[in-house]
Design a protein around this ligand. Structure first.
Ligand code: TTP
Length: 634
């Protein structure tokens, strides 16, 4: 699971943690979340027996903690935060719920119950999305109901609407058999007093524990993993139906606020409840004439346009790319792989960079999910280890380097390309291609490294999309470093493969070869796919080539292949898949490729037009669509 992109969804929101627990603050800030801390004043006095399970109690308490803070903040400045997070941790031995001990004897009583036994630790979590605003109508301001949990001292406040997503996590913990003496020694350390069940697994209490099954952080006070999954569920894509709508009348009649008057605390009749819930009050105007759903309020459908989150992300997208490129260029991920985790100042020393700026870069990388920040310093995340370390098997360093050194510059000329009437992306790619050809060996190498790292991700999928065992020879046109050729040779032990590419490319391809038996069946032939005669082969392969060329070049290339291909021979085309095929969840990736991705039908027609029949289409991985056609007799 990629955590930080999920956490990043909260980046532009005002997030409040409704908890005084230093453990929760630490867990969430270590995960890269930025938030304010407003401890809840909700009194943890819900009637435990009225809950069917211990976790239902924890979830409800978490929710009430968060709602109290949201209500109080809204009340104070009429602007609740966007998101309030509440949590409650309890220890359960069977149906018995243990919270924080009130004194040493209480701690002793709790620890004695846990002694030598397995028990459950539950943390209930509530994520409250808030929307506070007045509804303005022509010539008047209509203030709507206060929700049941909002303080009643200022009845003219605007309405606060909330949607609550809640969940819980269970972890099983077993205590060893502990002597009286040890228990008292532990109690006298003072550690048990602010912790559920009277122990802290993360410190001295860890010595009491024989085993833990489940999420350790859940015991410490916050189930980070489940929280991230919940954020992913809520934000990818936002599914309002997943959010539980809070109805004012669904809140149990709990004495949440010290300043409730008797009549308010006594609850309201069902009729009232249905309208506004306990404490619900229509201050001005008729609510029935202005029904507002929470969805509408959250989306600002009535008075404000929806918050343009996607657009703002797009505006800033280039910065994120540049941060990634810069970190790659500085070999930050290599340093952290070998020596991490490191503090910012040590990273700066190793990279010979400015300490302050390096720390900023590290923090942004952490927010982007490329690094993780803990008290030990910065370290690579899984995705960085896998794809951003230069010598990794699945490294995309080459692609980052090339995009930074060349594609970036080419795209800065996009305006010019548009003004001159060229197709934007083709114009850009055309310039890039020109640059590639006209420049140094180093540039060609950079281009090859970029293609190589991307092809490594897709080669296996392309080679196995269809059974190609009927072909004895294949020619990969524009096959660059031969990564697909190698995959084909490995998959089909009889297959002889030719890689056909420009002389400056084939000349440098040796540096990318790993050796191995299948290499004997691969040969590199220099040539231009548009000018030189194509090597003979039973199967021609075009992987991520067609899209880079305008239609006239594309048809020229296909007709050359068609003339070289013997009847019964094949053409295998791999290209970025079009949106409607549900290929990629990353439209941005496709948008940055040169041309418009073709649909399966378009590919089929393209090959048919050039004399191929029995055209079949398959998906390859998350990005590509692979098409195989057989050359018909002329
Ligand atoms: C079991 C266990 C609990 N705890 C802590 C986590 C929680 O902070 C505390 C349980 O009490 P909670 O009421 O859940 O939290 P809190 O009172 O500290 O903070 P707030 O109500 O403001 O959210 O016990 C540990 O730190 N380690 C442990 O091993």
């Amino acid at each position: 699971m990629v955590l930080c992109p999920v956490i990043g969804k909260l980046q532009h929101k005002r997030v409040v943690l409704a908890s005084a627990s230093p453990r929760r603050q630490e867990i969430l800030s270590n995960a890269g979340l930025r938030f304010e801390v407003v401890p809840s004043r909700f009194k943890e006095k819900l009637h435990k027996a009225s809950f069917a399970t211990p976790y239902a109690y924890a979830v409800e308490t978490a929710k009430q903690k968060a709602l109290e803070v949201a209500g109080r903040m809204h009340q104070k400045d009429l602007r609740a935060p966007d998101v309030v997070i509440g949590a409650d941790t309890i220890v359960a031995v069977g149906a018995m719920i243990l919270e924080k001990p009130v004194d040493k004897q209480d701690a002793y009583r709790m620890l004695s119950r846990l002694n030598g036994k397995e028990h459950s630790v539950f943390t209930g979590v509530a994520i409250v999305h808030c929307c506070s605003k007045d509804i303005s109508g022509p010539g008047r301001t209509l203030r709507l109901t206060l929700s049941s949990w909002a303080p009643r001292a200022h009845p003219t406040d605007g309405r606060l609407d909330t949607e609550v997503s809640e969940f819980y996590e269970e972890t099983t913990v077993k205590f060893s058999e502990l002597s009286e003496e040890l228990l008292w020694e532990y109690i006298n350390s003072g550690e048990p007093m602010d912790k559920a069940g009277g122990y802290g697994i993360q410190a001295l209490g860890g010595m009491l524990v024989e085993y833990v099954h489940g999420d350790f952080l859940n015991v410490v006070g916050f189930p980070l993993n489940h929280f991230c999954k919940e954020l992913a569920r809520l934000y990818y894509p936002p599914r309002p139906e997943d959010l539980r709508r809070v109805r004012h009348d669904s809140i149990p009649a709990v004495d949440t606020f010290e300043n409730l008057s008797d009549s308010e605390a006594g609850g309201s009749d069902p009729g009232q409840s249905a309208k506004g819930g306990r404490g619900g009050e229509q201050v001005d105007g008729d609510r029935s004439q202005a029904p507002r759903t929470l969805d509408a309020a959250l989306n600002g459908a009535e008075s404000r346009p929806p918050f343009p989150t996607g657009l703002l992300e797009l505006m800033d997208g280039f910065k994120a790319s540049k941060v990634l490129f810069t970190a790659c260029k500085l070999k930050l991920f290599d340093v952290l792989k070998d020596q991490g985790p490191l503090q910012a100042v040590d990273v700066a020393r190793k990279l010979s960079t400015c300490a302050g700026r390096t720390e900023q870069l590290l923090d942004v990388c952490a927010a982007l999910g490329l690094l993780e920040k803990t008290h030990r310093g910065y370290g690579n995340t899984e995705v960085a280890t896998l794809h951003l370390v230069s010598d990794g098997e699945h490294s995309l360093q080459g692609l980052a380097e090339y995009n930074d050194a060349h594609v970036w510059g080419v795209f800065t000329r996009l305006g010019l390309a548009v003004r001159e009437g060229a197709d934007q992306t083709r114009g850009a790619l055309g310039a890039m291609e020109e640059e590639r050809l006209s420049q140094s060996k180093e540039l060609t190498l950079q281009f090859m490294r970029a293609k190589h790292s991307l092809s490594k991700l897709t080669a296996h999928h392309v080679a196995t999309a269809f059974d190609l065992s009927r072909f004895a020879s294949a020619c990969d046109l524009g096959g660059c470093t031969g990564i697909l050729a190698r995959e084909l040779a490995q998959e089909y032990p009889r297959l002889q493969v030719t890689v056909f590419d420009l002389p400056e490319v084939t000349e440098l391809s040796g540096g990318f070869q790993r050796g191995g038996r299948q290499t004997e069946r691969i040969r590199f032939v220099p040539g231009d796919i548009f000018k030189d005669s194509l090597p003979e082969a039973d199967l021609y392969v075009l992987s991520r080539i067609l899209q880079d060329w305008p239609d006239d070049k594309l048809h020229k290339l296909l007709s050359r292949i068609s003339s070289s291909c013997k009847p019964g021979g094949g053409l295998l085309v791999a290209e970025a898949a079009a949106e409607e095929e549900g290929a990629s969840r990353s439209p941005r990736l496709r948008t940055l490729s040169a041309g418009q991705p073709r649909s399966a039908d378009e590919h089929r027609r393209l090959l048919q037009r050039h004399g191929f029949r029995d055209v079949r289409v398959a998906r390859a991985g998350d990005l590509l669509c692979v098409v195989l056609g057989t050359r018909a007799a002329p």
